[in-house]
Design a protein around this ligand. Structure first.
Ligand SMILES: Cc1cc2nc3c(=O)[nH]c(=O)nc-3n(C[C@H](O)[C@H](O)[C@H](O)COP(=O)(O)OP(=O)(O)OC[C@H]3O[C@@H](n4cnc5c(N)ncnc54)[C@H](O)[C@@H]3O)c2cc1C
Length: 321
């Protein structure tokens, strides 16, 4: 505890702001309260935030922003930041997809239960570029603490275009599962008839924060499949598989129990850009895919088409960075 207090104290000195100035900045900017936090481990959290304003209308799959002042403390051990004195008065905001725990007291969550916004966030302690600004601060939050929540919920990563009998598969890395949880709940609540599958690739089993909700869903709906891949557990050493590998080898379809037929299937991809492998267009309008090959290229080769709001398709993706 001594260490934590010392960290706080050092931070206060570093910001060069008095306690009163900090309280004033918080009152000026913060417009939401943390109503619950679940941490499967120190670097992963499911956090519910209740804004001071009515929750804006939104669709499953969309995102909003969360923010905290640079004056707030950071988790010990996070990459050091270099800030100018004036920066300590600013707020850092980042995009976060809306997630869902799917179940409440053994029943599917109903829209009227959603009096909060749920987020699924991983701590980024260090990166190759600039020091991560927000997550080292978000992971210091406790229930009852205040923060910034964006006034709008937005984004094109939605279920638009999915017909009730379509097959739908969600493919994610890590917290890229967040929007999928809410989309799966939405499909089930709206009486979706086609089969639904969700696959996620994480480092360790402990990184599967929603596994119980998905296993329960498999019981509730026998055509639902939840597929997990871990890359750092001892038993997968030397034979680890990523989402792209099971897509390429046919293992994904085998485990789903149905074929990825582009005529009746939508694929949603969210998280690490390397898994997604989104192409760019060259001067002649041809798609140029990145290396190594990502999921989008594998799907395009099989006859799938990238979705654009004005040119609908059946490959949908959201890159987290
Ligand atoms: C539309 C959208 C929705 C998003 N939704 C979520 C979400 O639901 N949950 C979530 O955890 N993140 C989500 N992100 C990422 C989020 O916005 C932040 O970038 C992330 O939380 C890190 O913030 P930071 O300020 O600590 O570091 P930043 O300064 O934002 O990032 C520093 C570096 O960390 C790496 N990084 C960023 N995000 C991750 C990650 N999730 N895992 C591993 N490395 C990462 C990248 O290399 C990045 O350049 C989303 C991003 C976008 C664009």
């Amino acid at each position: 505890m001594g260490t934590l207090l010392e960290t706080y104290d050092a931070r206060r000195k570093a910001t060069m702001l008095s306690e009163q100035e900090i309280q004033e900045l918080r009152s000026k900017y913060y417009n939401a309260t943390v109503t619950s936090i679940r941490k499967p481990h120190d670097e992963l959290m499911v956090i519910r935030v209740t804004p001071d304003f009515p929750i804006p209308p939104h669709k499953a799959g969309q995102y909003t922003t969360l923010g905290l002042g640079y004056w707030e403390p950071r988790v010990p051990g996070a990459q050091e930041e270099t800030l100018k004195p004036q920066d300590y008065r600013k707020v850092v905001r980042r995009a976060y997809s809306l997630s869902s725990s799917i179940w409440k007291n053994g029943e599917l969550i109903e829209p009227e239960d959603e009096t909060y916004l749920e987020f699924y966030i991983v701590l980024v302690k260090r990166s190759n570029g600039h020091a991560p600004a927000l997550t080292p601060r978000l992971f210091m939050l406790n229930e009852g603490d205040r923060l910034v929540c964006g006034p709008k919920i937005t984004g094109h990563y939605t279920l638009e275009g999915v017909r009730p009998d379509d097959r739908v598969v969600f493919l994610a890395t890590g917290t890229g599962e967040a929007p999928h949880n809410k989309m799966i709940l939405e499909l089930i609540r709206s009486g979706h008839r086609g089969p639904i599958g969700s696959a996620v690739c994480v480092r360790y089993r402990r990184d599967l924060a929603y596994i119980e909700a998905h296993r329960r869903l498999e019981q509730y709906r026998p055509d639902y499949r939840y597929i997990t891949l871990t890359t750092r557990e001892p038993e997968v050493m030397g034979r680890k598989k990523y989402i792209q590998d099971i897509l390429r080898s046919g293992e994904l379809e085998e485990r789903l129990g149905w074929e990825l037929d582009p005529r009746c299937t939508h694929v949603f991809l969210c998280g690490n850009p390397a898994m997604i492998g989104a192409p760019k267009k060259d001067a002649s309008g041809n798609l140029v895919f990145p290396q190594p090959t990502g999921a989008v290229e594998l799907l395009v080769r099989r006859g799938f088409k990238i979705h654009h709001p004005k040119d609908p398709g059946n490959i949908h993706f959201e890159e987290y960075w």
